[in-house]
Design a protein around this ligand. Structure first.
Ligand SMILES: [Zn+2]
Ligand SMILES: [Zn+2]
Length: 309
């Protein structure tokens, strides 16, 4: 085709249909109409099925492989979430666990046993899950896989690197998951952002990060003092402000989308978390919505399906 004609077509095309896999272009040149179909084979999607003290569960999936991160919601809610999104739990291949608090592991034994899924976390977290009376069904020994902190493993399509997160559980890990050059990181239940965590914020194209509480609401709220101290401590939870500063100081132009997670029911509001993060970022010259998207994950309601690739 002559160069000029190709350029005319490219200049006048319309997108008729576009989804994660197929884009159909319509081009008109003189009396000719051209259709062009572009098929994308790569795919990476993310859903949150629950985020916060009532239960945490996130799902990443490609065309071939599914990876659950934390299984802290009930099995019925998990099945419903998958069904409502037209997904199959039989497509899940792996489970990663951040730590052994009930809101992250309540249903991990059931999920692992019913679908014969390997569960990856540190030895200390496996021991903690075994001892946790909230986990009624335990992970069978052959499915309890040890994932050393600070190491990288390949789980199907997912290249997963774990890193230490300070929290008052047996152990706690954040995860950095890479698929086809796209990097997704998850940092939750973090007492503070350590120097070990910062590089993972910088590496992320997609980031789930805790914005647990508003500091004033926590201090003036209904929690007893010992619980306020626990949440506020360097092994507790990340406040909206701490989250915002971590983002402002470490995010790069490669960051495309941030989801705030693990919001406290008593000590936070979704709009307050969003506003605090937005205003702090703006004071650093970063504009959420322009520089990257910013969303707040709901505590008990599954999110939409987000396309990462
Ligand atoms: Zn938690
Ligand atoms: Zn926790």
């Amino acid at each position: 085709m002559p160069q000029q004609r190709q350029e005319d077509i490219l200049n006048s095309y319309k997108i008729l249909k576009s989804d994660a896999k197929v884009t159909i272009f319509l081009g008109i040149h003189g009396n000719f109409t051209y259709f062009c179909i572009k098929i994308t084979t790569k795919m990476l999607k993310f859903i949150s099925f629950g985020s916060g003290s009532s239960g945490n569960c996130y799902y990443l999936f490609t065309e071939r492989d599914g990876l659950i991160i934390d299984s802290g919601i009930g099995i019925r809610a998990l099945k419903k979430g998958f069904h409502d999104h037209g997904l199959k739990l039989t497509d899940v291949k792996y489970v990663l666990v951040t730590h052994d608090h009930a809101d992250h592991v309540k249903s991990v034994g059931v999920v692992s046993n019913d679908f014969n899924l390997p569960v990856y976390t540190t030895h200390a977290v496996h021991v903690g899950i075994d001892r946790n009376y909230c986990v009624a069904r335990k992970i069978s020994p052959e499915n309890a896989r040890v994932f050393e902190k600070g190491s990288t493993i390949q789980l199907g399509d997912f290249t997963v690197t774990s890193f230490a997160v300070p929290h008052d559980s047996s152990d706690c890990m954040g995860y950095c998951i890479e698929v086809d050059g796209v990097t997704f990181c998850l940092i939750t239940d973090a007492g503070k952002i350590t120097d070990d965590i910062k590089p993972f914020i910088s590496r992320a194209n997609y980031l789930v990060i805790e914005a647990n509480h508003d500091e004033e609401m926590l201090q003036s709220g209904p929690y007893p003092q010992y619980l306020k101290d626990r949440v506020h401590s360097q092994k507790g939870h990340l406040s909206n402000k701490e989250c915002a500063i971590a983002l402002a100081e470490n995010a790069t132009p490669e960051l495309r989308h941030v989801w705030l997670c693990h919001l406290s029911e008593e000590n936070n509001h979704p709009e307050l978390a969003r506003k605090t993060v937005e205003m702090t970022l703006q004071s650093y010259g970063i504009v959420p919505g322009k520089d990257f998207l910013l969303d707040v994950l709901k505590r008990k309601v599954p999110s939409e399906v987000f396309d990462l690739v």
